[in-house]
Design a binder for this molecule. Structure first.
Ligand code: ADP
Ligand code: ZN
Length: 431
């Protein structure tokens, strides 16, 4: 279902008109209310009045996570704290968490955008939605919570962790949709099986997955286990939280809520825009946020725009699933590798389980990558030769698809640590 047809299906020319009008106003606001931006804009000799067309966006300075860290906690807020009604923070996956704030209007927009995203995934007022993201400073749970209530779904705010309880609640309360990280959805399924409960019988129809990278192949694996329809949605706390973009029923990229954000894709080295459709770093400018407006925020997430119209009728641009953050990129013997590329290969190999970890070590000047992946007990305790054959098969497949030689280590079921939030895919032992 389309939650807000007049916005989500707006003709492109109107979207751009709206974006320009809002861009002018956000530049004006940050210039007048955020010392950090006034200094930056003055240094570049830009006055708010210089923004006359959408092309002028590229004149504006970038913002990075460290700018928020340097102005910790409230230094980049554009309103006095008495107008801020909520704060959250980022998860701190790549360092010190950043603090973000919302005015009452910001919370309204946030619920509206999440309502769109969950509707895109197929959630309606008839659904019972289990939120298995951690409630707290993390934006994921609260963000989904209010958007889901807005569409009228029955929300079960379980939070993350206590996985057996997750399964019991799902069974007893009749959850029809699950909000979690993809890796946690897999973990819940294995705990259910251990409890002797069949995931297929549990009645989940829709998975709303986000907060960490996942490949289509991994989401397909989740679908097989649960018998649900898996959708991906993307967001980040600095820019708002979940609600930035999400997949519709056609699942060909995530529609970006362009009436609230302008998206660009740049080359992270030259900082120039890449040709439309090519991969690069996603940069987002917030158009409506009052408490923490951001100009050209560099997300570090690597993705691309998907050309063409979507069959669903929405006109908002789509972004591809992210292949990871620039920080996640590994350089193994000179070849750039994203963990997601390895994941994609692993998920196509039938004999392995969807639990893996990449361990990097250094020998002299060379970096080694060991791919640890779980295999079912019957394979693990089977013939040694068969294990060797499987290892070789995985190694060869990674070499041919990704172009690097790795060491493959098959490990016992449940030997890789599970997470109830963002999975840790890479263990770097080089330091
Ligand atoms: P942190 O940056 O500390 O992890 P957040 O909790 O704000 O803090 O997480 C936002 C980040 O999570 C994004 O920048 C992105 O890297 C990742 N992320 C969120 N949703 C997705 C998704 N659907 N696919 C891939 N990565 C995602
Ligand atoms: Zn669509």
């Amino acid at each position: 279902m389309i939650w807000n047809e007049s916005m989500e299906c707006m003709p492109r020319s109107q979207i751009q008109e709206l974006q320009l009008e809002r861009l002018k106003s956000v530049v004006e606001r940050v210039y007048n209310n955020v010392g950090f931006y006034r200094k930056r804009l003055d240094a570049l000799g830009i006055k708010p009045g210089d923004i006359r067309g959408l092309d002028d966006l590229t004149k504006l300075p970038f913002t990075v996570k460290d700018d928020l860290r340097d102005n910790y906690p409230y230094g980049m807020f554009a309103v006095p704290l008495r107008e801020v009604v909520r704060v959250h923070s980022s998860s701190g996956t790549t360092g010190i968490p950043t603090v973000v704030g919302y005015t009452a209007n910001d919370l309204d927009s946030w619920s509206e955008l999440v309502a769109r995203i969950v509707s895109e995934a197929g959630v309606t007022a008839d659904d019972v939605v289990q939120i298995s993201f951690g409630y707290g400073l993390f934006t994921g749970a609260f963000g989904l919570h209010y958007g889901l209530e807005k569409v009228g779904a029955t929300v079960i705010p379980v939070s993350s962790g206590n996985t057996e309880r997750q399964v019991r609640i799902m069974r007893d309360m009749g959850s029809t949709a699950l909000v979690s990280t993809p890796s946690y959805a897999l973990h819940i399924s294995e705990v259910a099986e251990q409890m002797g409960i069949s995931c297929q019988d549990l009645g989940l129809n829709i998975g709303l997955f986000g907060a960490e990278p996942s490949t289509k192949n991994l989401r397909t694996e989740i679908e097989k286990r649960w018998g649900l329809f898996a959708t991906n949605n993307y967001g980040l706390s600095e820019v708002m939280g979940p609600g930035v973009s999400g997949e519709c029923e056609f699942r060909c990229g995530m529609h970006i809520n362009e009436d609230h954000f302008i998206a660009e894709i740049i080359d992270p080295d030259t900082l120039e825009p890449v040709p439309f459709g090519e991969k690069g770093e996603l940069v987002l400018t917030t158009l409506t946020k009052e408490a923490l407006p951001l100009l050209r925020y560099r997300t570090k997430d690597i993705t691309r725009f998907i050309p063409g119209q979507c069959e669903c009728g929405r006109t908002f641009l789509r972004m591809d699933e992210t292949s990871g953050r620039t920080d996640d990129m590994l350089i193994i013997r000179g070849v750039n590798v994203f963990p997601s590329q390895i994941e994609s290969v692993l998920m196509e190999i039938e004999e392995v389980e969807p639990h893996y970890q990449l361990v990097i070590t250094r020998e002299g000047y060379l970096d080694n990558l060991e791919v640890q992946v779980e295999v079912p007990q019957k394979i693990f305790s089977g013939e040694f030769r068969a294990l060797e054959r499987l290892e070789r098969k995985i190694r060869d497949r990674i070499l041919s698809v990704v172009g690097i030689t790795v060491k493959v280590r098959l490990v016992e079921p449940r030997s890789i640590a599970r997470s109830s939030g963002k999975a840790v895919r890479v263990v770097d032992k080089r330091a």
